[in-house]
Write a new protein. Structure first.
Length: 228
């Protein structure tokens, strides 16, 4: 393999996971006495992690946390219930985003190293990737708990590159949010921002070296950036 790599965020970038995440979210909300929400209202929270998603969602439901404040123990229980339910239903309606498989196949034909850099727990990441048949494309998978840090900490990216023995200048990070962007910028890794993911911000508010509508545009950019 050549000494070059592409790193990918997972949720919203490689895979549209929001429907299954929101299903788990609404399961927990209903169980603990909160109203369920439509996907359109909370899709932007899909890439934030279960604990953050639950807190942000309850805060946004008429300030219910001021009336029925979630203490640390309840929040911990809600998060565990979310994770347990999600693990059992992780690929029920999640789908690989358009153009992803063709791009991954092309990358392997070029002998590029491929890795996932996600803030989803590692065991859930592996489970999802296996169930949707993407696991075998990747040389390394780093979840939120793989190291003692996660995005936007740049070490989440640089540690993967160190393990793969890839120079920073020979790498690309592909993601859909400011969390990915901030990590890539701090790591000094070229960053491609994919539209349509999970973010509350406008694209001009998110750092990126390149902005694309879909994976169909990334092949030519990768050739240019990595001199392939």
């Amino acid at each position: 393999m050549i000494n070059k790599a592409i790193l990918f965020d997972l949720d919203g970038t490689l895979v549209e996971t929001a429907p299954d995440l929101m299903d788990a979210h609404n399961h927990v909300m209903e169980k603990y006495g909160y109203k369920k929400k439509p996907l359109t209202d909370i899709r932007f929270l899909a890439g934030r992690g279960a604990a953050t998603m639950l807190l942000r969602s309850t805060d946004s439901q008429g300030n219910l946390t001021n009336q029925n404040k979630i203490d640390k123990q309840t929040h911990k229980e809600m998060t565990k219930d979310f994770m347990d339910y999600y693990a059992l239903n992780i690929s029920k309606t999640s789908v690989v985003n358009e153009g992803v498989i063709d791009f991954l196949k092309w990358c392997k034909e070029q002998n590029l190293h491929l890795a996932v850099c996600t803030n989803k727990m590692e065991y859930l990441t592996i489970k999802l990737l296996k169930e949707i048949k993407l696991y075998d494309y990747f040389d390394f998978i780093a979840g939120a708990d793989t190291f003692n840090y996660k995005k936007p900490d740049p070490q989440h990216i640089t540690s993967i590159l160190e393990i793969l023995n890839i120079p920073i200048e020979n790498s690309i990070m592909i993601g859909d949010s400011e969390t990915d962007a901030d990590a890539a910028k701090a790591a000094r890794v070229k960053f491609i921002l994919v539209k349509g993911g999970y973010t509350e911000k406008n694209y001009d508010q998110i750092f990126h070296d390149h902005l694309v509508d879909s994976f169909k545009e990334i092949k030519d950019l990768s050739k240019k950036i990595l001199s392939i």
